[in-house]
Design a protein around this ligand. Structure first.
Ligand code: CTP
Ligand code: MG
Length: 229
């Protein structure tokens, strides 16, 4: 196995509304991107990484990556996350047979979670960290509550997600050909005959999406920095 990470940082951060790339906002002393770079550096199995940058922001992202060991490329992201992953894949040298896709918006994912998803690839084409959904989930139609989706058997998916490169590339190619769209990579493999397995995610591995998430991420990072786990 030779593994690379695709670090997705090309979003517009519209829901956060920071006015500049979300990956570069400072949370507990450094940017979201810097947190993720430090985490990836602590995963010995990951030998290189590609970062996707918002169009026009490549230089800022490149500066933020700095001299981090293992940087293969900073590439321009696409219009969607899915397109950004495709651009990242295209920049990966052929010797990488394993790919971990991770949202830079998730600064709390631990090196242990990266190692856990990679370890399970022995028996799968893709590995997804999941956590239980604490809320009762409703199907809505035109603003009306229609029914309750049984929570048993439902889970919320996180990143990092690990894949055999061949399967990930095939799934993205098939999606492109059919116009299928998805908000994570596993969803594209679900459409094909791939072996996808779940591992236990981390409940504090939140995706910094809205302004209030920043405070939560800050609190959790501070707690960890103080050795509180
Ligand atoms: N992402 C990306 N390319 C895109 C869209 C998203 O690389 N075209 C990345 C984001 O940078 C983020 C991750 O995918 O790390 C998850 O996306 P999300 O949390 O939705 O971030 P944004 O798209 O930046 O936020 P928003 O949807 O609020 O604009
Ligand atoms: Mg988005």
């Amino acid at each position: 196995m030779k593994a690379a990470a695709i670090l997705l940082a090309a979003g517009r951060g519209e829901r956060l509304g920071a006015g500049h790339p979300k990956a570069l906002i400072t949370v507990w002393g450094k940017s979201l991107l810097a947190h993720v770079l430090d985490t990836v550096a602590a995963v010995p199995e990951i030998e290189g990484f590609v970062v996707t940058a918002p169009p026009g922001r490549e230089e800022e992202i490149t500066r933020a990556v700095g001299a981090a060991a293992g940087c293969i490329a900073v590439v321009t992201g696409g219009e969607t996350r899915q397109a950004s992953v495709r651009h990242g894949l295209a920049a990966l040298p052929p010797e990488y047979d394993t790919v971990v896709c991770h949202d830079v918006a998730r600064p709390l994912a631990t090196p242990e979670l990266f190692r856990a998803v990679l370890a399970r690839l022995e028996e799968a084409d893709g590995v997804v960290p999941v956590v239980p959904i604490p809320d009762t989930v409703k199907r809505l139609e035109m603003g009306r509550v229609r029914r309750t989706i049984p929570r048993k058997g439902l889970a919320a998916a996180q990143t990092p997600q690990a894949f055999r490169r061949e399967a990930l590339e095939e799934a993205h190619e098939a999606a492109r050909a059919t116009g299928a769209a998805a908000t994570d990579d596993a969803a594209l493999l679900e459409r094909g005959r791939y072996r996808l397995v779940a591992v236990r995610g981390e409940t504090d591995n939140v995706k910094v999406t809205r302004p209030e998430d920043v405070g939560y991420a800050e609190m959790m990072l501070e707690r960890r920095a103080r050795g509180g786990g």
